[in-house]
Ligand binder design. Structure first.
Ligand code: 4AD
Length: 442
């Protein structure tokens, strides 16, 4: 028989169900054996409920099945729902106990409290780690952020697109791509949907979004880089400037904050964290050149004029935003041309700087975006200026030959958003099965 209800649903409608027969399917979370009386805590995705098997009360078959029960055995239990002095206020008096499957070897990782084990062990036995409600909550939140992303951009007139992940060229910079043998050619795993989200805007869809995997062949071993992550991308046509793109990013951040205040509360409380602060006047937007000054004057940190911020610079600007501006977010705008990809639009009056931005969340970059160069000849100049071979990008340049509107967009790291929201220490915790320099299994 198909499992018809989650444990949380049984608990929340306990008053109408009391005295009736319920069926609970899940895993044996904890077993307490008092001889004639056994308590089995059954856990499913939604919660835990106590089941009691008692000699003289439960049928012989159920007693025998309970004898064989191990931690993490898969069970279906049927019986009367009755009042009990448990945290949930109820328990199931076992009338039928079916063991659907049992572990074939001792558990290498205890589900309860698995978050305290070492990260390599947790990732090695991720199927056990994820059964810990503290851990599965991370992925529930991730799904909620993805849903907010879809809902928010739909509400703003964007349409969802699904672009190729096997591509002919890197978009973000030459070195960081994984090659793929593609018949008699070499192709690459997409580093970003960058070219094809621009394609979709130019092809007349005007405002688009995508949630998809991206692949980065960076040999980094840091707590904030993955070799495969999920990118939330937007691209929008007919903008007046890159502030329009930032407005759309900010709208999404506000929608996330609202979700966290409401449905997300329970998960935030599990992690003992607060929802992010966004000033009523908007997320502050500070030119990078001003950030250099703040870093030097306030923190004694010197950043070479025209260089990107390193992770310490980001962290300090996050601290500045939090302390001075009462904001968990800060936009840093107008990055140097030399640190941005060729598709970025250069400032009209200062071509060494660009109409681009990063968004920092609690001191970590979570979004990159800006206005794109949509004028064919300027785009060619940009490629040449970067020393890139125009021929390998001809397929992309062709998009711009027949009426490309002014446009811009942004890419946002899903795992980084979740990591910063729950204040996780390592981005790997926010990826169900992370890929890094050492891991391609499980
Ligand atoms: O800064 P990135 O590389 O920008 C792009 O992909 C552009 N095409 C976006 C655009 O529309 N202009 O990546 C965007 C975001 C970063 O801000 C970060 O949140 C995340 O993706 N990110 C990573 N997350 C995990 N692991 C990595 N190795 C990441 N690299 C970038």
């Amino acid at each position: 028989m198909l499992k018809d209800r989650f444990i949380a649903d049984i608990i929340s409608s306990k008053y109408s169900l009391l005295g009736g027969r319920v069926r609970v399917c899940g895993w044996a979370h904890r077993i307490r054996d008092l001889g004639r009386l056994k308590f089995v805590l059954v856990r499913d995705r939604s919660g835990v409920i106590q089941a009691t098997v008692k000699r003289g009360e439960s049928p012989e078959e159920a007693l025998r099945a309970a004898e064989d029960l191990k931690l993490e055995s898969v069970v279906c239990i049927e019986g009367e729902l009755r009042r009990a002095p448990t945290r949930e206020g109820v328990e199931v008096k076992v009338e039928r106990l079916e063991v659907l499957n049992s572990p074939v070897e001792p558990l290498p990782l205890e589900v309860e409290g698995s978050e305290k084990a070492s990260l390599p062990t947790r990732l090695r036995y991720r199927w056990l780690d994820l059964r810990n409600p503290m851990v599965s909550a991370i992925f529930e939140l991730e799904a909620m952020v993805a849903k907010v992303f879809r809902d928010y951009y739909w509400s703003q007139g964007f349409v969802e697109i699904f672009t190729p992940k096997i591509v002919a060229a890197g978009t973000e910079s030459g070195a960081e791509v994984f090659p793929v043998v593609y018949f008699d050619k070499t192709a690459f795993l997409a580093q970003s949907p960058q070219f094809y989200k621009q394609f979709a805007v130019i092809a007349g869809l005007e405002r688009v979004f995508e949630i998809g995997p991206v692949f980065r062949a960076e040999p980094h071993h840091t707590s904030r880089h993955l070799n495969e992550y999920h990118s939330l991308d937007i691209e929008v046509g007919f903008i007046e400037g890159y502030n329009d793109v930032m407005n759309y990013v900010e709208g999404f951040m506000r929608a996330i904050a609202r979700m966290l205040e409401e449905e997300g509360r329970r998960i935030l409380e599990l992690y003992k964290v607060e929802p992010p602060r966004i000033p009523a006047s908007g997320i502050p937007r500070i030119p990078l050149r001003k950030a250099y000054e703040i870093l030097e004057e306030r923190f004694g940190k010197k950043v070479e004029h025209g260089e990107d911020l390193d992770s310490e610079g980001e962290r300090l600007m996050g601290a500045y935003a939090s302390e001075e501006l009462d904001s968990d977010f800060i936009f840093i705008v107008e990055y140097p041309w030399k640190v941005r990809p060729f598709y970025t639009m250069r400032k009209e009056d200062e071509p060494d700087w660009t109409y681009s931005f990063d968004l920092l969340y609690r001191g970590l970059e979570i979004v990159t975006g800006g206005q794109r160069e949509h004028r064919y000849h300027r785009l060619l100049d940009n490629l040449n200026d970067k020393g890139l071979d125009a021929e390998s990008f001809q397929f992309y340049l062709d998009f711009f030959k027949h009426g490309a509107p002014p446009h811009g967009g942004a890419g946002m790291g899903l795992e980084r958003i979740v990591m910063q929201t729950l204040r996780l220490e390592n981005i790997r915790e926010a990826r169900m099965l992370p890929r890094d320099t050492e891991r391609i299994t499980p």
